[in-house]
Design a protein around this ligand. Structure first.
Ligand code: SF4
Length: 212
């Protein structure tokens, strides 16, 4: 099988428990909760997406076989086989991730992290599972390393989420697209953590740092 890749590049992980870590980012094209087209946003299950995952026209984007993709990731990482870390994201990466890709990346010594909306069970070979639930969708992947909830999200049942088997529970202010909305969302996230100490704040550091 070949994979539809929007972009693949070297950067630092910007958010979540591994914020600041050197990482290859592999963004797959396509999502099951929104077409990615603005005309469909208001009728989509997920309406606050801040990511362009449509097509294959990003940095190093295109169609790849598993071995080609693993080779590209290793090339982007550069010298040194230790500490290799790849974040597979999207869109919804579990629409495409399979045994062949996981094996090819492990064969290149990558530790594999995934960022998924949790509506499709994640591949068991993945080393770090980060799930970001979207209100109105059914999360089937209820265990993993990191649950990262974008906030505020009307309709999210955080009490139910607290019963899921994650090591870390994170609240991340929604990118509202303008300074005023962002300030309000940050305040809402801080207030949430203040009253729910199981959760802690995650910030999108890459946006502050000008990283992709
Ligand atoms: S689930 Fe994730 S990738 Fe899909 S539309 Fe929502 S935020 Fe974007």
């Amino acid at each position: 099988m070949s994979y539809a890749v929007k972009e693949i590049f070297l950067t630092l992980q910007g958010e979540g428990v591994h914020a600041g870590r050197r990482a290859v980012f592999l963004r797959f094209a396509g999502c099951n909760l929104w077409s990615g087209l603005e005309r469909d946003r208001s009728s989509a299950v997920c309406q606050f997406c801040d990511t362009d995952f449509v097509g294959m026209d990003g940095e190093n984007g295109g169609r790849y076989e598993a071995s080609e993709l693993a080779t590209k990731a290793a090339e982007l990482w550069g010298e040194g086989g230790e500490h290799r870390y790849i974040v597979i994201t999207g869109g919804e990466p579990m629409l495409q991730v399979d045994d062949t890709l996981v094996e090819a990346l492990h064969a290149r010594d990558f530790t594999i992290a995934i960022e998924s909306n949790g509506t499709i069970a994640t591949h068991p070979g993945i080393d770090w599972v980060c799930i970001s639930p979207k209100a109105g969708s059914e999360v089937v992947q209820r265990q993993g390393n990191e649950l990262k909830l974008v906030w505020p999200q009307t309709g999210s049942d955080t009490e139910v989420m607290e019963s899921w088997a994650f090591d870390h529970f994170l609240i991340q202010p929604m990118d509202g697209g303008n300074a005023e909305a962002n300030q309000a969302n940050r305040a809402a996230a801080i207030a949430f953590v203040d009253s729910h100490p199981k959760w802690r704040l995650s910030l999108q550091n890459h946006k502050l740092l000008g990283l992709p």
